[in-house]
Design a protein around this ligand. Sequence first.
Ligand SMILES: [Zn+2]
Length: 84
Amino acid sequence: MSELNHYISLRHRGGVLDHPGVKELIVSPGHKCGCCHGNGWFWGVGDDGQSAKRSCAMCGGSGELTALVSIEWQRSKASVEWDD
Ligand SMILES: [Zn+2]
């Protein structure tokens, strides 16, 4: 079987508003829920004792998830002293 993978390539691009501590948020929708394997539900037992579909607690029944990836850029060293 095939599997679609998503990768994040980390590279600081720089900009006039950048400063240490600046944060980026990457929103990646459309990931198949790993709990229900994209079905959105599980078989369970209903109030009447019969088999019933139970909504997946992770994806809420959609079968998909959105990943929110937060990246914070910091200096590699706490401070840099320059010799003049
Ligand atoms: Zn699910």
